[in-house]
Design a protein around this ligand. Structure first.
Ligand SMILES: Cc1ncc(C[n+]2csc(CCOP(=O)(O)OP(=O)(O)O)c2C)c(N)n1
Ligand SMILES: [Mg+2]
Length: 615
């Protein structure tokens, strides 16, 4: 057997550089690059090894480990999980800064390779700088925090261990059902240790996405159920996009007349103006989609985890005779809520189901009813997003301006705060994947770093990031990275001077205005934060506007700029769009000295009764 003597780190980076995939028939590297912040624990080992492969596997430097993992995650999402990035850190704080991002990738079923440095496997210099010493377990390190938020975790304590570990890692990263974060914690001494690796380990490997077809018995049961349905509804989740099943979905629903609604992850599965697209479903849903959801007797849930925002905390699908069909590549998701399972790739499943249900269509009255509901919703949405001269516009009015200025085919990206609810309802998405919401973990601080990753995946496109003042302050450092890498973002910052959506939730649950808006938090002096000056100091082009008309004009300029541009606008923290929407289960205190809480608790107890326990 021919071997080559390399350090573990050199072998690892060389292996990653040889993993390939196919995009539109063209062979490209599977890994778009490695994000790295070096420290002790990776600079000497992985750092040296990344330098060796810098032409095939580029290394990118960021300012915060969580942010670089956010960028990697967004890159994978914007690539429909066809391409991946890795992130490497020092041991200790650099590593644990990644844990939140690992959880985010885990929730969202997105591939991410994490390579944190770890303690010395030989333990001789213990305790090393940043090592958390466990009194009772010599095998524990800070990196054990990754276990519950990794789909595969391994600690590399001998150089040859990467041979099986990388094989397993690649399987998880590229498997559409298992897909999620992989953590290989790399002991610092082992990174630098040499081993005679077989040359075959480094052979180029082409990885194409697997598309399992449905089981024939499951297909028959589902097709039979569909034929019996009078009020069928498709719930399109993120799996539709990852499977790139939008054309198949359009064909299926056009042939059968079934209306479609979309989760946060699934929005843009069909263009917003498709006549059968009822838009957002659930807590942040449109009136059109939610009315269909309440009545539906067959819910074909495709590629969705059915999280509480989709199901209205499991109170939305009210028809007691309904059947849920779970078309999902992951059996764990397919079988939720006693669903009839159709375990398959979304595109393959839809194509087979279309054949199996040939000749059948939903009752015309149901399809017409859907279309009528959509027309009504469009009127309500147009009202909410119309231009205004008001001093403090709503988020919805800002969304209207962004939509008019930027169009529907930009990549629109957001994650937390009041914006996800408003954008889910109101953004008119164009092509598949043009709406990029991180609403599985809804992680404040995803936005700007995520925008950077999405832009790397879609360099020719305009990436528009919408972000609240709270999220911006939490994690904005990658503005500087976007300038440094020439990856232009258009960032629209909505400054309502605090955590607006949580303040509204607090009021809605009977709470006093407390600790959310800046003015309601303990303070000596209210800071006048100059966001435009801040963004400009990081290298962006930045301006503050004071009206919706000026926002549209500023975005017109932003489109022409070559560099990341930040446009700041002050908004009203108290307004959200009334139309549409559904109850969300947020537990209200059973006893309180506040009358408002007692009242909210009463309403809560009534609403909880609508939850479909056991369905
Ligand atoms: C990392 C993180 N911390 C806390 C939360 C809880 N949370 C959700 S939205 C929000 C406020 C967001 O404020 P901002 O970005 O200004 O948006 P706004 O609510 O004002 O629209 C908070 C604290 C979260 N989602 N993520
Ligand atoms: Mg805010």
């Amino acid at each position: 057997m021919k071997t080559i003597r390399l350090t573990m780190a050199q072998a690892l980076t060389r292996y990653l550089a040889r993993q390939m995939t196919e995009i539109d028939g063209e062979k490209v590297p599977l890994f778009g690059g490695v994000w790295a912040i070096f420290g002790h624990g990776n600079v000497a080992g992985i750092g040296e090894a990344l330098y060796q492969v810098r032409d095939e596997l580029p290394t990118y430097r960021a300012h915060n480990e969580q942010a670089m993992a956010h960028a990697a995650i967004a890159y994978a999402k914007a690539s429909f999980r066809r391409r991946i990035m890795a992130a490497t850190t020092s041991i200790g704080p650099g590593a644990t800064n990644l844990v939140t991002a690992a959880a985010l990738a885990h929730v969202n079923r997105l591939p991410l390779l994490l390579l944190p440095g770890d303690v010395f496997a030989n333990r001789i210099p213990d305790p090393v700088l940043q090592q958390v010493e466990d009194f009772g377990d010599g095998t524990v390190s800070a990196n054990d925090c990754f276990r519950p938020v990794s789909r595969y975790f391994d600690r590399i304590t001998r150089p040859e261990q990467i041979v099986p570990a990388l094989a397993r890692a690649m399987q998880v990263l590229t498997d559409p059902a298992e897909c999620g974060p992989v953590t290989l914690a790399l002991c610092q001494d082992v990174q630098a240790e040499a081993y005679d690796y077989p040359e075959t380990f480094f052979e180029e490997r082409l990885r194409t996405p697997r598309r399992p077809r449905p089981d024939l018995a499951e297909l028959k049961h589902v097709a039979d159920a569909l034929r019996r349905a009078n009020k069928p509804l498709v719930v399109a989740g993120g799996g539709v996009l990852y499977s790139q099943a939008s054309p198949a979905l359009a064909r299926f629903v056009e042939a059968t007349g079934i209306p479609v609604c979309e989760t946060q992850g699934g929005k843009s599965s069909l263009p917003d103006d498709h006549p059968l697209n009822m838009g957002a479903v659930g807590v942040t849903g449109t009136s059109a989609a939610n009315r269909m959801a309440e009545e539906a007797d067959l819910v074909l849930a495709i590629g969705t985890r059915l999280q509480d925002f989709t199901t209205g905390s499991w109170a939305l699908f009210k028809n007691s005779g309904k059947t849920i069909v779970g078309l999902n590549i992951q059996p764990f998701d397919a079988g939720k809520h006693k669903a009839l399972t159709l375990v398959a790739d979304a595109r393959e499943g839809l194509e087979e189901l279309e054949k199996a249900a040939e000749g059948w269509a939903a009752p015309a009255a149901w399809t017409e009813d859907a279309k009528g509901g959509k027309a009504e919703w469009r009127k309500a949405a147009a009202e909410a997003t119309a231009a205004t001269n008001t001093a403090l516009p709503s988020d919805a009015q800002v969304i209207g301006a962004v939509q008019r200025a930027m169009g529907s085919d930009v990549t629109l990206l957001h994650a937390a705060g009041g914006l996800p609810g408003e954008l889910h309802k109101l953004w008119q998405a164009g092509k598949p994947g043009s709406y990029h919401a991180e609403y599985g973990y809804s992680c404040m601080g995803y936005e700007i770093a995520g925008g950077l990753g999405a832009k790397m995946a879609r360099s020719g496109e305009e990436v528009v990031v919408m972000v609240g003042d709270g999220s911006y302050l939490m994690l904005n450092s990658e503005i500087a990275t976007s300038v440094m890498l020439g990856l232009k973002l258009v960032i629209v910052l909505l400054d309502n001077r605090g955590y607006g959506c949580i303040n509204r939730l607090q009021m809605g649950t009977g709470g006093a205005n407390f600790n959310n808006l800046l003015k309601d938090a303990r303070h000596e002096l209210l800071p006048e934060i100059d966001f435009a000056a801040h963004a400009a100091s990081l290298g962006a082009i930045a301006e503050k506007v004071t009206s919706i008309a000026d926002l549209e004009a500023a975005l017109g300029r932003a489109k022409k700029n070559a560099r990341t541009t930040v446009v700041v606008i002050e908004t009203d923290p108290l307004i959200s769009t009334e139309a549409g929407g559904h109850w969300w289960d947020v537990a209200v205190p059973e006893v309180s000295s506040r009358k408002e809480v007692e009242k909210a608790r009463k309403t809560y107890e009534d609403k909880v009764k609508l939850q479909r326990v056991g369905d």
